[in-house]
Ligand binder design. Structure first.
Ligand code: FUC
Length: 784
């Protein structure tokens, strides 16, 4: 995309940066050629090495990840492997739960919330620690020690998200040095290539290490092996292999290092495996190394780029550009904080979200965790686990709409993998049929309620996740998969809900409980804080949703008529969602005062997004109540975590309020974005990146309400632009171009031959399509 000249903006940017001299990077004074500048479009680049992990650059192949610090004299490449967990399978079932359940329900119906909570804590909740014995962990560090350099300068560290290659370049000793780093999915190897402008000029010491000093490190010739039975012998077994391939020069190995002297270039290959998926990690990593080292660097690089691009190139976004692209990414983020508006940074953020999904979620792998696959240390925030009370779902919001459907599979498989333990928990904890899971889980798929009531007593984890199964079907139309894979899970989740729901003695309607509105609290009539009640709105919405699409599914695949009728009956008796006296959607069955009105979770808007219970066409009064709900949260400091802000972008998109959605993108970039574009939740949580990527797509295309809605929430700031390649439910791929804030043209590719209705503003048109054909519309939605 060509860069326009906007000297006034550059000037303002420079002035803003002058306000804080610490923000002015050295390279601002340097001239960049036009070629350089246009090449910066989809690059995150910085003019200094990372001093903190949060500022390093991530590469990954879905399984093997690395964070590139880019030090000149000493490079630290922090490594991750998706299954490196220090835990193991454990049972957290509280044996008194069945007795507790009856007592807790009685107390809650009597309005004795605090007593109910104490009883549930004692009799229902299982005990689980979040410590080193239960956490996802770093694989270790690859350290490249180059010794002392003289005359250092012209430094640049970049991540090209069009090729998924990180590059570090600098001048030192009067030579240009280059490091290229990528994690290849086709060859299952991390590749580092070191080159220099002069021959015989690369000398370094290579080391592997792992915190805790428990890893065994062996070297021999060009090879190094690091192995450990993690978690002090209770976690997974890990083996990491490194092979150094210098061209020219000398190589000496011994102890824990390989020393290379005066080489022309060096390629380092790193493979790693654990025994999590079965097999011997030593054999797996050796096989990977054998295959990777049989290829040349150019072959590895070529197959990596081809593989990555098959996903990345499917979507192209352009929402305008300014000369801010002349500047390094950290300066651009800081300029945004100072009020500068940089549309191309939003585009970069959007595409970075897609980059992160391609790099952390590949078929056959575990799903992206709270940090994708990138995490440092042995004990991580929330163990970097799989939170299923919004976080993992948010990770996968962009998957279908941004044309990365295959990358949804690790999560969909994971939901299935929860079933076995989920069946046991439903039976043992609650005496119910079907499957259940709570707010979080780990790679061994535990599903019991654990921890404190305020977050743990929430049995809707699988039920929410099932929406992803339905969405995958809506986008792909894969009926066989719906029948054999998705429906059995949806059915068991519905069976649980139908057994779990109880009649509210006051209303006679069915409510879910004991449960919470994740992780919010209310004030009881005597001013105490409580979380648990019967029939929190989010549960009612999730169950409504689950039963609805399970009913539809059983119709599509033509099975289980009797069960379908039971589900219909349950739906009719479900306690409805209500609007409170202040016009907001009620979060609980009573109009409790919230203990924290700006709470980060806005769970009772599930029906607006990701659900589709509330739409402009169906129930505008609920849409209005949803708006009031968000505004109330925001006016009390809501959206303070990145993921919460990202959800708000999606909410406003669904409210078709482009300006408010846009303001929240600005807030996300200004308040919750690190210099490497990672989303903050001190330190970092990846859900906000994914949620905002989905939110930007949702502003430009929606299809949840039975029609393809073009530009439903286009903000005035994105005056001219296009988005090509987004997907719509029903099996469509859509290109939209706009000019002066109005639709210019749209092209709809029908992948399945379904009929569809297309909307732009108040204009609606219906078409009958043929599989594989493209349909082009003009600005008036007339077919060309
Ligand atoms: C949810 C959120 C927290 C955090 C945690 C991992 O429970 O409430 O903010 O994101 O997940």
């Amino acid at each position: 995309m060509p860069v326009k000249n906007h000297f006034p903006q550059v000037f303002i940017l420079l002035i803003l940066l002058q306000l804080n001299s610490s923000l002015i990077p050295a390279c601002f004074a340097q001239e960049k050629s036009h070629e350089d500048i246009t090449g910066n479009d989809l690059k995150i680049w910085l003019t200094r090495p990372a001093t903190e992990w949060e500022n390093a650059l991530p590469v990954g192949n879905g399984r093997l990840g690395a964070m590139i610090f880019g030090g000149i004299e000493k490079e630290r490449i922090q490594l991750n492997e998706e299954s490196l967990w220090a835990g193991r399978e454990l049972d957290y079932h509280n044996p008194r739960s069945l007795e507790g359940l009856i007592e807790v329900r009685r107390l809650l119906f009597e309005g004795r919330f605090v007593e109910a909570e104490k009883t549930a804590q004692e009799k229902i909740m299982g005990d689980k620690k979040n410590d080193e014995t239960h956490s996802y962990q770093t694989l270790g560090d690859l350290i490249l020690d180059f010794g002392r350099y003289r005359g250092k300068g012209d430094y640049r560290r970049e991540l090209d998200i069009e090729t998924a290659i990180a590059t570090v370049t600098y001048q030192a000793n009067w030579t240009q040095y280059t490091r290229e780093i990528f994690s290849s999915a086709p060859d299952q190897v991390l590749v580092v290539r070191l080159s220099a402008g002069r021959s015989n000029d690369i000398s370094l010491t290579v080391r592997l290490s792992r915190p805790g000093n428990r890893a065994k490190i062996e070297t021999g010739g060009n090879d190094m092996i690091m192995s450990e039975h993690t978690g002090n012998g209770i976690g997974v077994k890990m083996v990491t292999r490194l092979k150094a391939v210098p061209e020219g020069g000398t190589l000496v190995s011994g102890g824990d290092s390989i020393r290379i002297g005066n080489a022309n270039s060096v390629v380092l290959l790193l493979t790693a495996a654990t025994d999590y998926h079965g097999g011997d990690p030593g054999d797996i990593s050796a096989k990977q190394m054998e295959l990777a080292s049989s290829k040349s660097y150019d072959e590895l690089k070529k197959s990596h780029i081809t593989d990555y691009r098959q996903y990345f190139k499917r979507v192209d976004l352009n929402i305008g550009s300014t000369d801010a692209v002349y500047f390094p990414t950290d300066a651009r983020i800081d300029a945004m904080k100072n009020g500068y508006v940089d549309p191309q940074l939003m585009e970069l953020y959007f595409q970075f979200g897609r980059y992160l999904l391609i790099s952390s979620s590949r078929p056959g792998c575990l799903p992206a965790n709270l940090q994708g696959i990138w995490a440092d240390g042995l004990t991580l925030p929330w163990s970097a686990d799989y939170h299923i009370n919004i976080n993992i779902q948010m990770n996968y919001w962009p998957a279908e709409v941004t044309n990365l459907s295959e990358l949804h599979m690790p999560f969909l498989e994971f939901i299935n993998d929860l079933s076995e333990d989920g069946r046991k928990s439903a039976r043992d904890v609650y005496g119910c049929k079907g499957i259940v899971a709570h707010y979080t889980t780990d790679p061994w798929h535990f599903t019991e309620p654990t921890g404190m009531i305020g977050y743990g007593m929430w049995p809707m984890g699988i039920n929410w996740s099932c929406r992803h199964l339905w969405e995958h079907y809506l986008y792909t139309g894969d009926k066989a998969w719906l029948d054999t894979f998705a429906y059995p899970i949806m059915k068991e989740a519905s069976e649980f809900c139908m057994d779990w729901l109880v009649k509210d003695p006051k209303t006679g309607r069915l409510v879910s409980g004991p449960s919470i509105s994740p992780e919010n609290r209310f004030l009881t009539s005597d001013g105490q804080k409580a979380s648990m009640n019967m029939g929190p709105t989010m549960d009612q919405m999730i169950i409504w949703d689950l039963l609805n699409y399970t009913i539809r599914t059983s119709g599509i695949i033509g099975r289980d008529d009797a069960f379908r009728n039971e589900m219909i009956k349950t739906l009719e008796n479900l306690s409805p969602v209500r609007i409170g006296s202040d016009g907001r959607l009620m979060e609980w069955t009573e109009e409790f005062e919230e203990a924290e009105p700006g709470h980060r979770h806005i769970s009772h808007l599930y029906g607006l997004h990701p659900g589709s219970q509330i739409t402009k066409q169906k129930n505008p009064e609920f849409l209005e109540a949803a708006r009031k709900t968000i505004e109330h949260r925001l006016s009390h400091g809501g959206g303070h975590t990145g993921w919460s802000r990202a959800w708000i972008i999606n909410f406003f998109a669904r409210l078709q309020d482009g300006e408010a959605a846009y303001d929240n993108i600005l807030a996300l970039l200004r308040k919750s974005t690190l210099h490497n574009l990672f989303d903050t939740h001190p330190p970092f949580q990846i859900d906000g990146n994914f949620g905002a990527t989905a939110g930007i797509a949702e502003m430009l295309l929606q299809s949840h309400a039975g029609e393809i809605h073009l530009l439903p929430a286009l903000p005035s700031a994105w005056k001219n632009g296009y988005i090509h390649g987004l997907c719509a439910r029903g099996g469509f791929e859509v290109d939209i171009d706009w000019e002066e804030g109005k639709l210019k043209k749209a092209v709809v590719l029908s992948k399945l031959g379904n009929d569809c209705q297309i909307r732009y503003g108040e204009k609606v048109t219906s078409i009958t399509t043929i599989e594989g054909r493209r349909y082009e519309f003009n600005s008036k939605l007339e077919m060309r």
